[in-house]
Write a protein that binds this ligand. Structure first.
Ligand SMILES: Cc1cc2nc3c(=O)[nH]c(=O)nc-3n(C[C@H](O)[C@H](O)[C@H](O)COP(=O)(O)OP(=O)(O)OC[C@H]3O[C@@H](n4cnc5c(N)ncnc54)[C@H](O)[C@@H]3O)c2cc1C
Length: 573
């Protein structure tokens, strides 16, 4: 059942076993996992946005009225390169930013789980995530979990009569070719794909237009240093006036914050407790720190291939563009994809409508190849991970560089001075491209040049010409370097409360029953688009929440469950 928060009774209290705040990729995955695996568990899924237009009978669609609540303040480089970063790179709507995403998916590499510059990496390995990546493939309507063997896709395409391209022979082992998979056009946003299932699920209640305004938590007994979240306070926007409307609340056994990498941090900073006066989860002053994105410089370099050594057209095709191929016997999907872009200061929301019957989503696969360094090469250079995007013709190509930022505690989300419509302090994003990022960028280009030179592509008059000097801030302007649309760090994961905001189960340190499901928990971010990993991690969290609940699946907190996290009385004293 889906309801609008403004239609609830003022002061109404909703209750469930698990309450998830935020219905983007993470929140929807978690709700689906819990709902499917534990039909006797009650799930409350709350979202601060409203529903975008919905097939088959869309209302006049506009950007979610709550989008302006994403406005905030920024300090540092973001003001130069993406002044509207806070409103342009996320969508406050049911389905979250999957309503405007590109749908490109790739898991993190094993090397992405390492730490940087003395800061610790992930407390879990990629290997442990594999079963959840496999599940994430399903949630994202993707094909086989195969990203590192491009030959698999070349052969697969060939079997269905398509030429995917040729993997070039690039001697030595510093750079390798890897693949992305794209969400099929027929499966566009998590909202579109899972609206009906969540609406019909008897154990799930969805409330849109339900903005979290406060997390209320306290120790269970006097002197208990570990907090239990008792209640969330929520507020709707009045659809007629756009001003604050009905206020209501939610109680649950377990609460999960899945509001994206920035709002999750903000909500926690806005919720101090007696035990955690700097905000829930912030006793080590780590909340909001290590925020990072995936910067990209387009046209970083121009490659002119030497006479007679040109980049063969088939190789060019392999790197330059997405390839979609249909399985044998399957035609192209009949559905017509209609993409409507509505600006909110440049923010876009995609909408699709089907003119015909919906195509079989299993009919085709989108694949795209890119170059990335090997783990050995990264170890040798100490750089962040990166990818080289080659696009162009057979005589010349442009190179884009998309890279991982190394850990920087000064890149952070804090609270600003202004307040939003609910009277809550807005976010203040302090972010810069630091010297280590500039080094990663330089290493990426030099590795690219060396690789092409060794392979002979620059012989006989070829050249490699850098086009952008990242160390010259004076040459930066809007969208260059582009910070991308991904918001990581901020609630980093570490089992030591002095080193992280959440533990390796994603439970917020200092709390019994509060979890985070977002790429804000990633200690390092790699360069791959994050959603596949966000979905895998949400699936992993579902498995943690369900483990040990026994037949009844009750996730209600009761006194008997508390001592496992609360220190003994004498220790607390
Ligand atoms: C233009 C664009 C293109 C992208 N392309 C790709 C791509 O190709 N591949 C890829 O992997 N990723 C891509 N992304 C990123 C991807 O969309 C995000 O990684 C993903 O949506 C994050 O999922 P999430 O659930 O963590 O957060 P979100 O999707 O941001 O969902 C958060 C939800 O929380 C709700 N919310 C926020 N604040 C509150 C509050 N106070 N109270 C209640 N609810 C609240 C929001 O309404 C929203 O529904 C793209 C993003 C953009 C903007």
């Amino acid at each position: 059942m889906i309801r609008n928060g403004h239609d609830l009774e003022p002061g109404e209290q909703l209750n469930a076993d698990v309450c998830i705040v935020g219905a983007g990729a993470a929140g929807i995955t978690l709700a689906l996992e819990l709902s499917r695996q534990a039909p006797d568990l009650s799930v409350l899924l709350l979202d601060g946005g409203t529903q975008p237009g919905y097939n088959p009978d869309p209302p006049p669609r506009e950007v979610s009225p709550g989008q302006f609540l994403y406005e905030g303040e920024m300090e540092g480089d973001m003001n130069t390169i993406r002044p509207r970063f806070l409103t342009q790179t996320r969508s406050r709507s049911y389905g979250g930013s999957t309503n405007c995403w590109g749908g490109w998916c790739r898991p993190l590499d094993a090397v992405d789980f390492r730490g940087h510059r003395g800061y610790r990496g992930w407390p879990i390995t990629r290997e442990e995530l594999i079963p959840f990546y496999e599940r994430a493939q399903g949630f994202c309507s993707l094909d086989r979990f195969e990203y590192d063997d491009p030959q698999y896709w070349v052969d697969r395409a060939a079997r269905s009569g398509r030429r995917l391209g040729t993997i070039p022979d690039l001697p030595d082992d510093s750079v390798r070719t890897v693949c992305f998979q794209g969400i099929r056009d027929t499966r566009w946003s998590f909202f579109q794909d899972y609206h009906d299932e969540l609406d019909a699920a008897p154990n799930v209640r969805v409330v849109v237009n339900a903005s979290l305004i406060a997390i209320e938590a306290a120790g269970v007994r006097p002197g208990d240093p570990v907090d239990r979240v008792n209640r969330l306070r929520l507020r709707a926007l009045d659809p007629d006036t756009g001003k604050p409307g009905v206020e209501f609340s939610a109680t649950a056994g377990r609460f999960v914050l899945a509001m994206g990498g920035i709002e999750t941090v903000r909500a926690m900073l806005l919720s101090p407790t007696a035990n955690q006066p700097g905000g829930i989860g912030n006793n080590a002053d780590l909340l909001g720190r290590f925020f990072n994105v995936h910067p990209v410089v387009s046209d970083a370099a121009l490659v002119r291939f030497g006479r007679g050594t040109g980049w063969p057209a088939a190789v060019n095709a392999f790197y330059s563009s997405e390839t979609r191929f249909y399985e044998e016997g399957q035609g192209a999907p009949r559905a017509e994809h209609h993409q409507e872009v509505q600006p909110y200061e440049g923010h876009a929301v995609n909408e699709k409508r089907f003119a015909g019957p919906q195509a079989d989503p299993a009919a085709y696969t989108r694949v795209w190849a890119t170059l990335t360094p090997t783990a050995d090469a990264l170890d040798r250079t100490g750089a962040g991970n990166f990818r080289l995007i080659l696009r162009g013709g057979s005589t010349s190509t442009k190179v884009d560089v998309n890279w991982e930022q190394v850990s920087d505690p000064e890149n952070r989300v804090v609270l600003g001075d202004r307040v939003d419509a609910f009277g809550l302090r807005v976010v203040d994003l302090r972010w810069r491209i630091n010297p280590a990022d500039q080094q990663t960028y330089a290493i990426a280009l030099s590795l690219c040049e060396a690789k092409l030179r060794r392979a002979g592509y620059l012989d006989e008059g070829g050249s490699f010409q850098p086009l952008f000097d990242i160390s010259d801030r004076g040459s930066w302007h809007e969208n260059l370097p582009n910070p991308g649309d991904h918001h990581m760090g901020g609630t980093r994961m570490d089992d030591d409360p002095g080193q992280g905001v959440v533990d390796s189960d994603a439970r917020v340190h200092g709390t019994h029953n509060l979890y985070v499901s977002s790429c804000s928990v990633w200690p390092s971010g790699g360069w791959a688009n994050p959603t596949l990993t966000i979905v895998a991690m949400a699936s992993r969290l579902a498995s943690h929440l369900l483990a040990g609940t026994g037949a009844g699946h009750t996730l209600r907190i009761d006194e008997a469950t508390l001592p496992d996290r609360a220190p003994a009385a004498e220790e607390a004293a």
